[in-house]
Design a protein. Structure first.
Length: 614
């Protein structure tokens, strides 16, 4: 409400309830020292003013309490704690970091702290205090013409940097206190640029390729396997402790994690020790422009994964993007600790239990089965069918997969064959089905395991289990194809061969380049094989590599009145990944030895092979 005094004018007043006295007298008026006409408050005896900030009790009427003193406002600080550089601020810097005190009626219940900036040397800005509503550095250039990033000037009390700041705060009566001006400071809202170090004659060391890297054949050589980042900041420059970096490891031999230089950001790939923190590299001096090399970190030589991370902070507190790279040091093959064979083996159930361990990461496993009948087909010294490896992990996967224990099946659509007979490749239509050989059952099995370094060149060989023999008694007996022919006239077969050319011309209704042909009497209504598996002789490995399979539903049937032909084919560019390669197998060409195994629904196989002609 208003109260009139001095004959003219009115001033805003407020009740202040003094405690403990009771009655109307306790409602004491509080006012500022000027009335609405800017007249000073009435004097006692026209000489002495009332004592400010006091209440004269017992007077009639009750006296007014006076408060004409503004709060004391401390000068805002422009000092940084991280980084500890005074004189540069970024968009997130908070200037509302000052304290205020008031000995009168007290500060407002809802604080009205504010900061104001002034331009020292920016001629396009009126040097008047302008309110900064949130107190953060972004407000400095919200509505002024000076550049967002001001370059130049020296911070300090007598410096020439662009900006200064004052703080203000009011008490409950609106008395406004203003602080002194800060030191001059510059603004920098742009993060530094960062990149992996480049080769430079002035830098006496070589940098690692800026990509995830695998050292396979040998471990890093000192001075050649390192990380280094480069930085640039064209405004505030860098603090003397600007670069944060870490090199950490988490391998199968040390799966608890180990801080080599601090650690990567907790939760990043391969970092499993949450208590590790980033280390900070020290720069010798500030650099205001130009690329600056950071501190290098050598890749350790022990086996395992290593993660490197780095970023840099400029003097204003802007943080660059974070670089993160992973390295695998791996020159040791996986090793087998066990291989279990089931109590009985059939076409439908052939699960080999394998246990492997590795110093890095097991990423694949495969199977090798020995069939005695295959030795003569390829003319090689071994007689094993090697199935392509199956992925059980991914390179640089953050899930540690070693040691690995699991069951291994052939890694394709070609399951185990319980017995194989071999035929010659006499031209159609001669009957080439012979009596069953004596030992058609598989003789042994071995499991293989790969890690990220297991490649054809430059890396350790795959780990191999012991070769475990398969006793004949645990392998389910097959049926000879002579018996098959006479006992199952709906699926009989009298001839099986591989078409020797790889041309895509139409032969027997098929245009696929690689084809196997089964011949039956004309009155046979169904294809004789449930599928046909294709293999190619690998002279380098002395083994047969699996290429793919074709199911009966895809076989092309034709009939010329006496014989019925069934052609199973595969495309020349659709081979599955090879047994010991990182890419798909190459196409078949003239001179390749191709074998095909026709497999019945019961798991019995009939094999034929041929050397491809042009």
């Amino acid at each position: 409400f208003t109260r009139t005094f001095g004959g003219t004018g009115a001033t805003a007043c407020a009740y202040e309830n003094t405690t403990g006295l009771g009655g109307i007298r306790d409602n004491v008026l509080v006012t500022a020292t000027l009335d609405n006409s800017n007249n000073s408050y009435p004097l006692v005896n026209a000489v002495t003013p009332l004592i400010p900030n006091t209440i004269v009790l017992g007077a009639t009427p009750d006296s007014l309490r006076l408060d004409f003193l503004a709060p004391t406002v401390n000068t805002p600080s422009i000092a940084r704690t991280a980084p500890a550089v005074t004189g540069w601020v970024n968009a997130g810097f908070n200037f509302v970091n000052f304290a205020s005190t008031d000995n009168g009626v007290g500060l407002r219940a809802t604080r009205d702290r504010a900061t104001f900036y002034n331009s020292v040397n920016c001629s396009t800005v009126v040097a008047a205090a302008v309110a900064m509503p949130t107190g953060t550095g972004a407000d400095i250039n919200a509505a002024v013409a000076c550049p967002t990033n001001f370059i130049g000037g020296t911070p300090g009390l007598s410096g020439t940097a662009p900006w200064t700041v004052k703080g203000t705060e009011s008490d409950r009566l609106g008395n406004l206190g203003t602080s002194g001006s800060t030191q001059t400071f510059g603004t920098d809202y742009t993060a530094p640029s960062i990149r992996f170090g480049l080769a430079d004659a002035s830098i006496p060391y070589v940098v690692v390729t800026p990509a995830d890297t695998t050292y396979r054949a040998s471990k890093p050589v000192a001075g050649t396997g390192i990380f280094r980042a480069e930085f640039i900041d064209e405004r505030s420059g860098f603090s003397t402790t600007a670069q944060a970096h870490a090199l950490s490891t988490a391998g199968h031999l040390n799966n608890a994690g180990l801080c080599i230089v601090g650690t990567a950001t907790p939760g990043a790939a391969f970092v499993t020790a949450p208590t590790c923190g980033l280390a900070t590299a020290v720069f010798g001096s500030l650099r205001l422009d130009g690329w600056q090399a950071g501190q290098q970190v050598n890749i350790p030589t022990p086996e395992g994964y290593y993660g490197y991370t780095t970023n840099v902070t400029d003097a204003a507190g802007n943080v660059s993007a974070t670089l993160f790279r992973k390295v695998l040091v791996n020159s040791v093959s996986p090793f087998a600790t066990g291989l279990g064979i089931p109590a009985s083996v059939s076409a439908a159930g052939f699960n080999v239990g394998a246990t492997f361990a590795d110093s890095a990461e097991i990423i694949a496993q495969s199977l090798q089965v020995e069939y005695p009948v295959f030795a003569g087909l390829g003319g090689g010294v071994t007689d094993s069918l090697r199935y392509p490896r199956t992925a059980i992990g991914v390179t640089f996967d953050d899930i540690i997969t070693s040691p690995f224990f699991g069951t291994i099946n052939p890694a394709t659509s070609a399951p185990y064959v319980r017995g194989i007979e071999a035929v010659n490749a006499n031209a159609f239509p001669t009957n080439n089905i012979q009596a069953a050989p004596v030992n058609t059952k598989p003789l042994s099995v071995a499991a293989w395991s790969w890690n990220s370094g297991s490649v054809l060149t430059g890396g350790p060989a795959p780990g191999r289990s012991l070769v475990v023999g398969l006793p004949g008694l645990i392998v389910q007996n097959g049926v000879t194809f002579n018996t098959f022919n006479t006992g199952n006239v709906t699926n009989s077969v009298t001839h099986f061969r591989i078409i020797a050319t790889i041309a895509s011309t139409n032969q027997f209704g098929s245009t696929l380049p690689i084809r196997a042909q089964a011949v039956s009497p004309t009155n046979t209504p169904n294809a004789p094989f449930a599928r046909v598996d294709f293999y190619r002789w690998n002279g380098a490995n002395n083994s047969w590599d699996y290429l793919g399979s074709t199911a009966a539903a895809a076989a092309v049937g034709s009939d010329q009145g006496t014989y019925r032909s069934w052609v199973y084919g595969i495309a020349n560019a659709s081979f599955v990944n090879g047994w010991n390669t990182t890419a798909a197998l190459g196409v078949a060409t003239a001179g390749d030895i191709i074998a095909a195994v026709g497999v019945t629904a019961a798991g019995d196989g009939l094999a034929a092979a041929v050397t491809l002609a042009p």
